[in-house]
Design a protein. Structure first.
Lengths: 220, 684
């Protein structure tokens, strides 16, 4: 690796078919932009944050001698539907960038708007679910964990929706095409992260109680 | 790097009327790709003057608030962290006055609790890492051959939040309500039941705020390393300081969320009424210890690895040879951090954890001695096989090696579980952590300041005062801290505000107190030297130590643009080429510093590929901006509002943060984050 290189020759691979040798893109160019790399580090550290939240949940649940969750096993139907809604929104956010690359600005705007609406629907359903629980943040340990973990995620969804709205405005203003759309790529990465993290939270909060049912709520 | 889906040239396949119009307009707009010209920019030429104008921060308060120059920010970090070091030092001296004699009444127990807590918080969080960030901020772009960090505005944000978090953590100090449950702040002692005042809330919220600063700073370092190295600086050619800071930053990205979460949960327990650490309702105080130490042990390595990097880079200069074992030392740096993530339980040996866990974490804690030993033997071998020049920085670095061995050995001792059970929470641990933290952090830092002061200011520091200061510090340090080992073995617990006369602890404590004042006197000599040299130090020239790395190729102090042209690297020691045998450099290819890519169409820097550092993109760098300052201010006020439970104000400040971020991130034409002209729909 430390062998002397021919310094005059750029050996970057693979070269774009229509990119002449030695010509470099200028500015915020997709995955070569600083922002893309910065967002990857953000995903890393935020991923760690949710990892520690899940660790706290599992640690406290494993140390608990009472029924867990105290009010009975979580209901799955609404949660599964909501998960599907959130994942679908990611598809539309991805589609928006594809449309921008083909210069279909109107389709791109429509696609991003659909993504935003699905995100808002997810939040609405989640809020309804919060409302239906007989316990609150301060009722007991499980309530503290449940509302803190889903609350952290909701805050990320809220930020994500603001990000998507800005991307929607910028797309509609005609800022982006196939050569300059790093913001869409970076904002999209954040939204996909928020969605994937939900899968881990959903598995932890909704599915693990079934997995460990024998200890918490044995079938009679 | 495989799919660059966005080609820099425009897709010419579809040709509607709208696009023809767009293309015509785009002819006048900035280009989206170009072949950078190579050339020279002689000092004093018109080109050089233009570069200076592009990169220089305008004078006045506005320039002062908005500067994003990494050199300015680096120096601010260094100075601020040093002020915190002095504050923490004064706190320590007051405590040593109290502990010098038995049954002393200089301090009340409450005051003592606040002092030892703030001493720990200040030294560990507000001095130890920020001072290293100062070095790295100043030096990274210079040693990597770049014009700035990857995210200059994020760099400014990181500093401002650090400053505000420091002020925040001290906000309740004047009213006598400073944090008082120790720097590791164990629940339930830090819970509402035992501490009703604002003390712990200030600590909890201040730490979350500081965590933001650490996190964005770490992101910046990681991306800078991956993207901003000069062409030819492959990963095996970066200085060890860069390895150290990179490892520390990656560790921080993974570890800081743990402590931020812990403090946030604690604050929620105290002020919202949740039950995470609340024993009566099924909560577990041990969760606090887990979350805290999962963070705090990697943090210990974060505050020493960059300092060890300083030594690995600067010590060889005074041994007149390259570092022995560059590869093993770089790998040992990374290995130390990796193992550092699985040793946190050794802080919790006495908490009744199952024996299997104790064995595993005890073993891991001993294994971590291996990479540390690799580095130590590399330094010793460098001195041994070199021709040492006994200048002031050499003394500090050699002193560091000695202190590191003492602190390291007492660390391996306490990795043994039965031994730790005897000594945990005694002064033996206090001795160990001070040998480690002062030995590995303060000594290399002061040595590093002697080493790079000429680069920072263009002036040399005094050899005579420097040598005097070193010996006073070295003697004071050992007289002060070595007896603490003995106090610990005699059973003196840490964190007691006084002790009875018949315990046999009188002499060791008196000696410790005398040593601590001697050490402080050494620091005073260093400050005098700083002040005197700043005024009338001898002019330094570009490379007063005849050092090999890139920062010494530019003038002292460096120009605002760092390098007039992008340098190209052909070896690990660009300024020693032709004088030493460079392994792996078979051909006679030389590094080029005076000739290279001319990037001067506005603020530009070269982005390179992550592993081999081949040219990849011409980056448009942002200019000075007030957005970081305002974002930091709003963030600090948001946390202040939380501490005061002023919810509407907190909401307003959060909105202020959001607006600052949106203004900051709005796609700019100048940075070519958007198309020069509005894009129209290509569909019918």
């Amino acid at each position: 690796m430390s062998d002397a290189v021919n310094l005059q020759r750029s050996s970057r691979e693979p070269r774009e078919p229509d990119e002449p040798a030695g010509v470099l893109p200028i500015g915020s160019a997709g995955e070569r932009s600083g922002g893309w790399w910065g967002c990857l580090t953000l995903v890393l550290t935020e991923g760690a944050l949710f990892g520690y939240l899940i660790f706290s949940y599992l640690y406290l649940a494993s140390q608990n001698a009472q029924h867990w969750p105290p009010e009975g096993l979580p209901k799955l139907t609404l949660g599964v539907v909501n998960t599907v809604i959130l994942l679908t929104s990611s598809v539309f956010v991805w589609l928006c960038e594809r449309c921008v690359r083909r210069r279909r600005v109107r389709w791109a705007v429509a696609s991003m708007a659909t993504g935003v609406v699905l995100g808002i629907v997810f939040m609405g359903i989640q809020l309804a679910e919060w409302h239906d629980h007989p316990y609150g943040l301060t009722t007991h340990l499980y309530g503290s964990l449940y509302f803190t973990i889903t609350g952290f995620h909701m805050a990320h969804v809220a930020v994500g929706i603001v990000v998507l709205l800005l991307l929607l405005i910028w797309t509609a203003l005609g800022y982006f095409d196939e050569r300059r759309c790093a913001a869409l790529k970076i904002g999209g990465l954040y939204w996909h992260f928020v969605d994937i993290v939900w899968l881990f939270i959903f598995s932890t909060l909704y599915l693990t109680p079934y997995l460990f049912q024998e200890w918490s709520w044995p079938r009679t | 790097m495989s799919d660059h889906a966005d080609a820099p040239s425009s897709g010419a396949s579809s040709s509607s009327a709208a696009e023809a119009e767009t293309a015509a307009a785009a002819a006048h707009a900035p280009r989206l790709a170009r072949r950078p010209r190579r050339g020279r920019v002689p000092p004093g030429s018109a080109d050089e003057k233009r570069l200076r104008e592009i990169w220089e921060t305008p004078p006045g308060w506005r320039g002062w608030l908005s500067s994003v120059d990494h050199k300015t920010i680096g120096l601010r970090y260094l100075v601020t962290a040093f002020v915190f070091l002095l504050m923490g030092g004064v706190e320590a001296l007051i405590m040593r006055v109290q502990l010098a004699r038995p049954n002393a009444t200089v301090l009340t127990p409450e005051q003592y609790n606040q002092l030892f807590t703030m001493h720990g918080v200040t030294m560990i969080f507000l001095y130890a890492l920020p001072v290293l960030s100062g070095f790295s901020n100043y030096l990274w772009p210079l040693v990597l051959g770049s014009r700035d960090m990857a995210f200059p505005r994020l760099n400014a944000l990181s500093y401002w939040i650090f400053l505000f978090a420091g002020i925040f953590l001290y906000a309740s100090f004047p009213t006598g309500q400073a944090p008082d449950a120790g720097w590791f702040n164990y629940a339930p002692l830090s819970g509402l039941e035992y501490s009703t005042g604002p003390n712990i809330d200030v600590y909890a919220l201040g730490m979350v705020l500081l965590g933001i600063s650490t996190t964005v700073g770490s992101m910046n370092f990681v991306v800078t390393l991956l993207r901003m190295r000069a062409p030819g600086m492959s990963l095996d050619r970066v200085p060890v300081l860069v390895w150290g800071t990179l490892t520390a930053s990656a560790g921080n990205l993974l570890a800081v969320p743990s402590v931020s979460l812990a403090f946030f949960l604690l604050w929620m327990d105290r002020r919202i009424g949740t039950h995470f650490f609340d024993v009566l309702n099924g909560g577990r105080p041990l969760l606090w210890q887990h979350l805290f130490w999962i963070f705090a042990h990697p943090w210990v390595y974060a505050v020493v690895l960059p300092a060890m990097g300083i030594v690995s880079d600067a010590l060889p200069v005074f041994c007149r040879r390259p570092l022995v074992g560059y590869g093993p030392v770089a790998l040992a740096t990374v290995a130390t951090m990796a193992i550092g993530f699985v040793v946190w339980i050794h802080h919790m040996f006495a908490t009744g954890i199952p024996a299997l866990a104790l064995s595993f974490f005890g073993a891991a804690s001993m294994v971590i001695a291996i990479p540390s030993a690799v580095a130590t033997f590399a330094w010793i071998a460098t001195i041994w096989t070199g021709r040492p020049v006994f200048r002031v920085p050499f003394l500090f670095f050699a002193g560091f090696v000695f202190l590191f061995v003492v602190g390291g050995v007492s660390g391996v001792l306490t990795a043994a579980v039965p031994f730790d059970w005897q000594l945990t929470d005694t002064y033996f641990i206090v001795a160990h952590l001070h040998y480690v933290l002062l030995g590995i952090n303060v000594f290399p830092v002061i040595g590093g300041i002697y080493f790079w002061f000429p680069k920072f200011t263009g002036k040399m520091m005094s050899e005579r005062l420097g040598k005097l200061g070193f010996w006073v510090m070295f003697a004071g340090f050992n007289i002060g801290f070595f007896p603490m080992h003995i106090a610990g073995l005699l059973g003196m617990p840490r964190r007691i505000y006084t002790y009875p006369a018949d315990m046999g602890w009188d002499t060791v404590n008196l000696v410790t107190s005398l040593g601590s004042f001697l050490f402080a006197f050494g620091i005073l000599i260093f400050i005098v030297d700083l002040a005197v040299s700043l005024k009338r130090g001898k002019p330094a020239g570009n490379n007063p130590w005849d050092a090999p790395s890139l920062e010494w190729a530019v003038s002292s102090p460096p120009p605002p643009y760092n390098f007039a042209v992008v340098p190209t690297l052909a070896s690990r020691h660009p300024l020693w080429e032709g004088r030493i045998e460079e392994p792996g450099n078979a051909g006679n290819v030389r590094s080029q510093i005076d000739e290279g890519y001319l990037l001067a169409e506005g603020r530009e820097a070269l982005g390179t590929t992550a592993l081999e550092a081949n040219p990849d993109v011409i980056l448009k760098m942002p200019g000075d901006s007030c957005a970081p300052f305002f974002l930091a201010l709003f963030a600090a006020l948001f946390f202040a509002a939380l501490a005061l439970a002023a919810w509407p104000f907190a909401g307003a400040m959060l909105a202020g943060c959001a607006v600052s971020i949106i203004v900051w991130l709005w796609p700019e034409r100048e940075l070519i984050q958007r198309e020069p002209v509005a894009v129209h729909d290509a569909g019918g």
